[in-house]
Design a protein around this ligand. Structure first.
Ligand code: ADP
Ligand code: MG
Length: 281
């Protein structure tokens, strides 16, 4: 559905290369995550794909057509959830959605959309009276109000409380079930792990690694066991895989009083640091 090949981009002709030749493919029905710290080029990559930025090098195709060759009809195919909500503040939530939908031929019932994110009671309230979280939820449903095949979501759960974040993630998983193709950017590793079929680690405009969260954990992650005993102040860490042959571990559990024992699974956060040498936040 989306093919990006050696994509490069500069904001100004003399300026630095912000995107330095990235390559990835997203199959129909997949959720693909671009992960990276602030400033790594996640939003820039999305903006190139939805034609907010022009003048890229290399290739970026949506539905087998080069992005630069698509005209306005591209916007029937794609939906965009911008990082920062932009609504008409003097209009109500429902009016905002209806106005947006007036540009499209095919649309979801706007009240149903508001209900999905718990805003049905606020449908007639002016958006200027909305909290940040309410604006974000409205922004999110607007992205797929016209039932597009491809969705670009820029940090959809950023700044949301756990309840609202859960609601948004469940909707994203439902959209996947409907066969939508979704490119999501995030610096929340737990969200990426839960949602994404594939993740690309982006660092200063380059993809450092690309794989499924499961494979990344197998390849890079080390599962460990932490044992805290009566006589040690700090827990001692052992490799989970070789535990049964680890004399030090066996000796420890036979001779010392154990205070706590925990197995620890590698997470994408640790792996990101290992691969890029950079922290996510
Ligand atoms: N309009 C712009 N003009 C010049 N540089 C920009 C512009 N927007 C973003 N940048 C720069 O491009 C880099 C990538 O930014 P961005 O794609 O927004 O990163 P991310 O979304 O991963 O936080 C940053 O160094 C940022 O300062
Ligand atoms: Mg961004």
């Amino acid at each position: 559905m989306i093919q990006v090949n050696n994509l490069k981009f500069r904001y100004t002709s003399e300026g630095p290369e912000t995107i330095k030749g990235i390559t990835f493919t997203i199959e129909k029905g997949q959720i693909f995550g671009l992960l990276g710290p602030s400033g790594s080029g996640k939003s820039t990559t999305q903006k190139i794909l939805y034609k907010l930025l022009s003048g890229y090098e290399g290739s970026a195709k949506i539905k087998n057509k080069e992005v630069s060759d698509w005209g306005k009809e591209l916007y029937e195919q794609i939906g965009v959830g911008f990082e920062l909500p932009n609504h008409y503040l003097k209009l109500s939530a429902l009016e905002n959605l209806k106005f947006f939908q007036s540009f499209y031929g095919k649309n979801h019932d706007p009240m149903k959309l508001l209900k999905m994110v718990g805003l049905e009671m606020d449908a007639d309230k002016k958006v200027s009276e909305f909290s940040k979280g309410m604006k974000m939820r409205l922004n999110f449903v607007r992205a797929f109000a016209h039932d597009p095949e491809v969705l670009f979501l820029d940090e959809p759960t950023s700044g949301l409380d756990p309840t609202n974040s859960r609601i948004i993630k469940d909707i994203i998983l439902n959209l996947k079930k409907e066969g939508k193709t979704i490119l999501i950017t995030t610096h929340h590793m737990e969200d990426a792990e839960e949602l994404c079929d594939q993740v690309a680690f982006l660092s200063t405009g380059e993809i450092k690694t690309l794989d499924s969260p499961q494979n990344l954990k197998l390849e890079y992650g080390k599962n460990t066991v932490e044992v805290l005993t009566q006589s040690n102040l700090e827990p001692i860490t052992f490799d989970l895989k070789t535990l049964k042959d680890n004399d030090k571990f066996l000796d420890l559990i036979q001779t010392e009083e154990i205070k706590t024992i925990h197995s620890k699974e590698a997470n994408l956060n640790d792996i990101f640091i290992e691969v890029t040498g950079q922290k996510l936040k």
